[in-house]
Design a protein around this ligand. Structure first.
Ligand SMILES: CC(C)(COP(=O)(O)OP(=O)(O)OC[C@H]1O[C@@H](n2cnc3c(N)ncnc32)[C@H](O)[C@@H]1OP(=O)(O)O)[C@@H](O)C(=O)NCCC(=O)NCCS
Length: 231
């Protein structure tokens, strides 16, 4: 299958939303995707097969609590009819080259532990699997009760993905941090807060559930160091 990998244009929003909706099993809003593409903050690519979008990848920059720049490899999908011929790998490799030119210290992707296709693809494209497993918990019911300023800024990461505008909580979880994330979400018109915890950390799990979070699944980080792609 002949495809060109190119930056996504706002006119691709409906095709990307359709592909994401069928690939991930829940609805993606083309209007939100258009707004993200027009913001120019994300690095979104499409695999264009003779004028039809048959795959896409979306990445954006964040900073670690130590101030290091990361490329978050957030979403990737290839149309079912176009899988298995290398389009996913082509999209990842272009993102790897972007990671290199953006001079990030690391690109990373959070991958569900049961997603064998994505894990094989990550391995093929030079990503390393981090051994620790995390439960991903998400809250879509934002009720602000705290002050965002009470928490170091780097522990709350504001993101605008193709699926949602949200806040990621990083570092040791406390009730103050959840409250600060709620306040930050309200201030930023964000609708989703996500947190990763070690599943053996029962106090953290109880804290999240008591504050309206529910579990999405079990995940591992896969990381790529620019310059290490074997292909
Ligand atoms: C994951 C996904 C993007 C792979 O896309 P793809 O275009 O089929 O992948 P490629 O053809 O480029 O395959 C690249 C490598 O991954 C491996 N791979 C791909 N699909 C695989 C599968 N179902 N099982 C095992 N390995 C697989 C292949 O071994 C291949 O390596 P090779 O070149 O050595 O043969 C695609 O299956 C998809 O869209 N899945 C649904 C959405 C999703 O889960 N996205 C990831 C989470 S954000």
């Amino acid at each position: 299958m002949k495809a060109i990998i190119r930056p996504a244009l706002s006119g691709d929003s409906a095709a990307i939303a359709g592909l994401a909706t069928t690939s991930f099993g829940h609805a993606y809003d083309p209007g939100h995707i258009r707004q993200v593409l027009q913001s120019g903050r994300n690095y979104t690519l499409v695999a264009d097969c003779a004028g039809t979008v048959c795959g896409f990848a979306d990445c954006f920059l964040t900073r670690s609590s130590g101030g290091q720049l990361r490329l978050e490899f957030d979403l990737l999908a290839v149309a079912a009819s176009a899988r298995g011929v290398g389009l996913g790998a082509s999209l990842v490799r272009v993102c790897n080259r972007m990671a290199q030119s953006l001079r990030v210290y690391q690109a990373r992707a959070l991958v569900r532990i049961e997603n064998a296709a994505m894990q094989a693809l990550m391995t093929r494209c030079g990503y390393k699997q981090c051994p620790r497993r995390f439960g991903l918990y998400v809250c879509d019911d934002i009720t602000a009760t705290g002050k965002a300023s009470a928490i170091p800024v780097d522990n709350l990461v504001s993101v605008n993905t193709l699926g949602y505008r949200g806040i990621w909580i990083e570092g040791h979880l406390t009730v103050e941090m959840i409250q600060a994330a709620m306040a930050r979400a309200q201030a930023n018109d964000a609708h989703t807060i996500g947190a990763l915890i070690n599943e053996t950390d029962s106090p953290a799990r109880e804290l999240l559930i008591d504050n309206g979070f529910s579990k999405v699944g079990d995940y591992q980080w896969w990381t790529f160091t620019p310059g290490s792609d074997p292909s």
